[in-house]
Design a protein. Structure first.
Length: 74
């Protein structure tokens, strides 16, 4: 989805930059996001914060039934 219409920048591009470790200021400087009309800034910052390396993500681990029983016994 296009986040910044003025500079035609997608959410995927912002996410990729955030995951690579770029700061939001660097993304603005390189891609022009939220530098012209400013209407995209909220959405762009939201995508950035969801994808930045510091964002906490739940880690799920699948267990077999036998592994679950062993955990219960311990």
């Amino acid at each position: 989805m296009i986040v910044c219409v003025c500079h035609r920048v997608s959410d995927k591009t912002i996410a990729q930059c955030a995951r690579s470790g770029m700061a939001f200021d660097d993304i603005q400087l390189e891609l022009g996001v939220a530098t012209q009309c400013g209407q995209c800034e909220g959405c762009a910052r939201s995508v950035f914060s969801e994808c930045a390396p510091g964002h906490v993500v739940a880690h799920l681990q699948l267990q077999t039934a036998e592994q679950a029983r062993q955990v219960e016994r311990a």
